[in-house]
Design a protein around this ligand. Structure first.
Ligand code: BT5
Length: 264
C-alpha cells in the first residue's frame, strides 16, 4: 500500500481525518482510540494488514498484507436519529454499500446474508463489525468496520473458516484495484448513510437479501432460535421469517447466525 497515494485519492471524498497504517492490531480498536482523541466525524482508519482483526462475538478476522481491505469509518449520528430499537438498520449500511458497488461496478452476483455478511457466489467475500457506544439512550459514536477479501491470497485456509469464503478477484476472474474499490465503497457508504432512515434504504437491503424464499435456521450460541422461509427485511432492519403454518416472526440481529437448511 502506497500510503501517500492512497491518502491523496481519498482526500477527494467528504471524510474527516484519514489514518493509514501498514499494520495494526484492529482498525476498529484504532478508530476507538481516535474517537477518544477527538477525531472529527467521518474519519477513516485503513490498514494494509491486521494482526488481531476482530470478527463478531469475539471471533477473529484475517487481513493479509496487500490482499484485502480493512477499514473503520467513524460516525457520530445526530442525537435521536437512531434509537436502540432501530439500531439494526445500522448493521445494513456497510453491506448495502458494498453489495451495490460489487453489483453495479463489477457485475458480481453479490448478496447480503442477514444481518451483515456479503456473499458472492454464495461465499463470504466481506464481513462487517459495527461497534457502538451509548450515553444512556443516546447513540454517541459508531465504528463501522469492514473487511473485504480482494486478491486471491486474502482468503484464509478452510480450517480457519466458519463459512465458505471467496475473494473478489477469484469471482470476477480479473485483477481489482484495492484503492479504486475503496473509493467506490466510501462513495456508496456516504450516499447510503444520508438515506439510512428513508424507505429506499430498506428497499435496497431487501433487494440484496440472500436466501429469499428459502428455508433457514437461525441459531445463537445457545442453540436454535428460529426456523422458516426468508420473507424479507422489516422497516427496522429485522429479518422476517414465515413458518410452514404461515406465521411471520421478526428477528433482531445481535447474536443470531443464519444458515441455509440442508435438505440433502
Ligand atoms: C465478521 O465477523 O464477519 C466481521 C469481520 C469484520 C472485519 C473488519 S476488518 C476492519 C475492521 N477491523 C476489525 O478488527 N474488524 C473489522 P464474523 O461474522 O464473526 O466472522 C468471523 C469468522 O469469519 C471467523 O471466525 C472465521 O471463521 C471467518 N473469517 C476470518 N477471516 C476471514 C476472511 N478474511 N474471509 C472470510 N472469512 C473469514
Amino acid at each position: 500500500m502506497d500510503i501517500p497515494i492512497w491518502k491523496e485519492h481519498l482526500t477527494h471524498l467528504p471524510l474527516g481525518d484519514i489514518y493509514l497504517f501498514s499494520e495494526v492490531g484492529s482498525t476498529n480498536l484504532v478508530a476507538e482510540q481516535k474517537i477518544k482523541a477527538g477525531a472529527p466525524p467521518f474519519s477513516l482508519v485503513i490498514a494494509d494488514s491486521q494482526t488481531e482483526g476482530k470478527g463478531r462475538l469475539g471471533r477473529s478476522w484475517i487481513t493479509r498484507a496487500g490482499k484485502a481491505l480493512a477499514l473503520s469509518w467513524i460516525l457520530y449520528p445526530e442525537p435521536g436519529r437512531l434509537q436502540p430499537e432501530t439500531l439494526s438498520i445500522l448493521s445494513g449500511l456497510a453491506p448495502v454499500a458494498v453489495v451495490e458497488v460489487l453489483r453495479e461496478i463489477y457485475a458480481l452476483p453479490a448478496e447480503i446474508k442477514w444481518p451483515n455478511d456479503v456473499l458472492v457466489e454464495g461465499k463470504k467475500a466481506a464481513g462487517v463489525l459495527v461497534d457502538v457506544r451509548w450515553n444512556g439512550c443516546l447513540l454517541t459514536d459508531v465504528v463501522l468496520g469492514i473487511g473485504v477479501n480482494v486478491a486471491r491470497g486474502s482468503v484464509p485456509p478452510p480450517q480457519q473458516l466458519n463459512f465458505p469464503a471467496i475473494s473478489l478477484e477469484e469471482a470476477a476472474g480479473k485483477e481489482i484495484s484495492r484503492l479504486k474499490l475503496l473509493t467506490q465503497i466510501m462513495g456508496s457508504l456516504i450516499k447510503w448513510y444520508s438515506r439510512l432512515v428513508e424507505p429506499s434504504f430498506i428497499q435496497a437491503w431487501n433487494s440484496m437479501l440472500a436466501f429469499k424464499g428459502q428455508k433457514v435456521n437461525l441459531t445463537t450460541e445457545r442453540g436454535l432460535r428460529g426456523q422458516g422461509e426468508v420473507l424479507g427485511i422489516s422497516d427496522d432492519g429485522s429479518l422476517i421469517l414465515i413458518s410452514e403454518a404461515g406465521q411471520e416472526t421478526e428477528y433482531h440481529s445481535g447474536e443470531i447466525q443464519l444458515r441455509l437448511v440442508d435438505r440433502s
